[in-house]
Every structure is written in structure tokens, then in C-alpha cells.
Design a protein around this ligand. Structure first.
Ligand code: SF4
Length: 325
């Protein structure tokens, strides 16, 4: 059984300017111990997908339809109280910028032990503190006992992100969602944090959803990739096949515009921008930017075409009838 199964997820934001459809039928799954990468440019729906899973959409966001099954339980039917119990316990999240995610007025160690107390009511304060120090050591914070009493501003960016990881892992989650966890860090610290997360995934069997626009991170970290564009999944593939034979023209564009993949290769930026969710073009949403768009692409939305169980592309190029018509 998959640990998490998202099916046909539609999330909308109800704004003063009208309804903004941010997700349009997103489907994917993740197995126990698997590391899944969700890639795409800003505004493609990556973060809204993770916030929908955790039901952290704020007052304006709403899951309109679709299903999110976690260990066979339908999360879309859960109450706020039930979701609070799952968040930070069975499903945890690491955000991009630790300085804004940590409370500046509370000592970092206490922020970890408070998470432990929230989900493990039977822990004494002493046990929660011991657990926090143990987690700080696990994520490689030197002099953990002393750093327990530091405030966030007294730590470096890399150390703050380690604290965020310690908070996220404090209750042994089965699923960790990491949203651009290393974007705000310099390259050396980025490498250390990625190495740490890889070690955690290997040693604990925690499943990880890695949300990123950085294909170098994807190549290093994940087993499987889903590519999002304009609020939908346009390709799903094994990480090796994704880099060797990307199917969707958008995936090909992302790879061709990434310097880290092949330094010798001439970089080609994808022309144009991601359409605003409220202003999507007809047909395939990628058609205004697609170098191989056909007439059918401008009028008709392509369907998902599967190659085996976990390889999918949403593009008319793989539909023989559409190509010849
Ligand atoms: Fe390009 Fe058409 Fe495929 Fe969309 S459906 S990616 S426009 S070829």
C-alpha cells in the first residue's frame, strides 16, 4: 500500500478578484521509504500541493474535490483537530526560510521539546528536553546542550535549518515534506543539509517529498520525479529516466536550462512565463511556450498517457492519433 495517495486534487483560492484555480486534478503517490521530487517553476502549484496535504491553505484556500489518502485514511474528511494531531507527528514539514518559521522569542531547544510535548503528552518535561537534545545531536549540531538555550538569531542559517529538521523529525514522522529546504543557504551548507536528509531517509525509512526548482538537488536526492506545470502533473518518471529521456517538452526545457546537469551544454531558457492560475490559455497550458506545439494543443487539453505503472506524460505528442490528425 502507498503511504500517501493523492488523486484528482483540485484546490482553489477564493480571492476578492474571484476564484483562482491553483491545482487542477493533481494525482501522485509515494511509497514507504521513497524520496519523491516535485519540480517546476514558481507558480506551478508545488507548494500549494504540500499545503493542501497538510491543510494549511488559510482562509481563502479550499480543496474543492479529490482525495488525499494517508495510510488509508482520507485526510480531506479530517477535522482541524485531527489534522493538528497528524501535523508535526506523522507528517512533518520543513519550510524554506528557517528564520521566519522559528519563533524568534523562544529558545531553539524549547521549540523542539514543545513539539515533542504537543504530540507525546505522556512525556515529562525532562524527557522532552532529552529528546530535543538527542535530535539536535542527530542533525549535527555541536554542543547541543549549550545550543539548546540559544535563540534563533544566535545561530547561523545552516544551524537554524538543522533546528527546523530536528523539529520536523522530533516525533519520528512517516512522511516529511521539504519545501525548498536549502534555497536560502549557501552551497557548502546546502550540501551538508542535503547529505543529512539523505542519511535520515536511509536510516529511518522516512518517506520524503522534496519540493524544489533545483534539478541538481533532484538528481542528488530523489528516487522518482513528478513535474508540475500550471497546477497539474505533466510528467511522472523514475529519476534516471527523467534525466536520460525526459518526455514532456516542459521537462526537456527545465533540463536544458539547468547548468549543473552538463556544463558543456549550451543553456536554453524556456521562453515566456508560467501563466497566472486565473488566466490559463485554452488547450495545453504549456502551448504558448512549447517549441513543438501542434494545432490540437491550442484547443484541446491533452490526456495522461501511461508507460507502465509509474511513468506518465500529459502531452499530445505521445498520442498517435492526435499527431497524425
Ligand atoms: Fe507541447 Fe502540445 Fe505537448 Fe503541450 S501537448 S507540451 S503544447 S506538444
Amino acid at each position: 500500500m502507498n503511504l500517501l495517495e493523492v488523486k484528482d486534487l483540485h484546490t482553489h483560492f477564493h480571492t476578492d478578484q474571484g476564484v483562482v484555480p491553483a491545482l487542477n486534478g493533481v494525482s501522485f503517490s509515494i511509497k514507504k521509504g521513497e524520496v519523491l521530487g516535485i519540480v517546476g517553476e514558481s507558480g506551478c502549484g508545488k507548494s500549494v500541493t504540500s499545503l493542501s496535504i497538510l491543510q494549511l491553505l488559510g482562509n481563502k484556500g479550499k480543496i474543492e474535490r479529490g482525495s488525499i489518502q494517508f495510510k488509508g485514511q482520507e485526510l480531506t474528511t479530517f477535522s482541524k483537530k485531527q489534522m493538528r494531531k497528524i501535523r508535526g507527528d506523522e507528517i512533518s514539514m520543513i519550510f524554506q526560510e528557517p528564520l521566519t518559521s522559528l519563533n524568534p522569542l523562544i529558545r531553539v531547544g524549547k521549540q523542539i521539546s514543545e513539539t515533542v510535548m504537543l504530540h507525546r503528552e505522556y512525556f515529562s518535561k525532562k524527557q522532552a528536553k532529552d529528546r530535543a537534545i538527542q535530535m539536535m545531536k542527530t542533525v549535527g549540531i555541536p554542543q547541543a546542550e549549550e545550543k539548546y538555550n540559544h535563540y534563533p538569531h544566535q545561530l547561523s542559517g545552516g544551524m537554524r535549518q538543522r533546528i527546523m529538521i530536528a523539529i520536523a523529525l522530533a516525533c519520528d514522522p512517516e512522511l516529511l515534506i521539504a519545501d525548498e529546504p536549502t534555497t536560502a543557504l549557501d552551497v557548502t551548507i546546502q550540501e551538508q543539509i542535503l547529505g543529512l536528509m539523505k542519511k535520515i531517509a536511509r536510516e529511518t525509512g522516512t518517506s520524503i517529498i522534496f519540493i524544489t526548482h533545483d534539478l541538481g538537488v533532484v538528481a542528488e536526492m530523489v528516487d522518482r520525479v513528478i513535474v508540475m506545470y500550471s497546477g497539474q502533473v505533466v510528467e511522472e518518471n523514475d529519476v534516471i529516466r527523467f534525466f536520460e529521456q525526459p518526455k514532456h517538452p516542459y521537462s526537456q526545457g527545465l533540463i536544458n536550462s539547468t547548468p549543473a546537469i552538463d556544463q558543456e551544454q549550451k543553456l536554453e531558457a524556456i521562453r515566456g512565463n508560467v501563466p497566472a492560475p486565473a488566466n490559463k490559455p485554452a488547450g495545453c497550458p504549456f502551448h504558448p511556450r512549447c517549441p513543438v506545439a501542434m494545432d490540437v494543443c491550442k484547443t484541446t487539453v491533452p490526456s495522461d498517457i501511461y508507460f507502465g505503472e509509474q511513468e506518465m506524460v500529459n502531452c499530445w505528442l505521445y498520442d498517435e492519433e492526435a499527431k497524425t490528425s
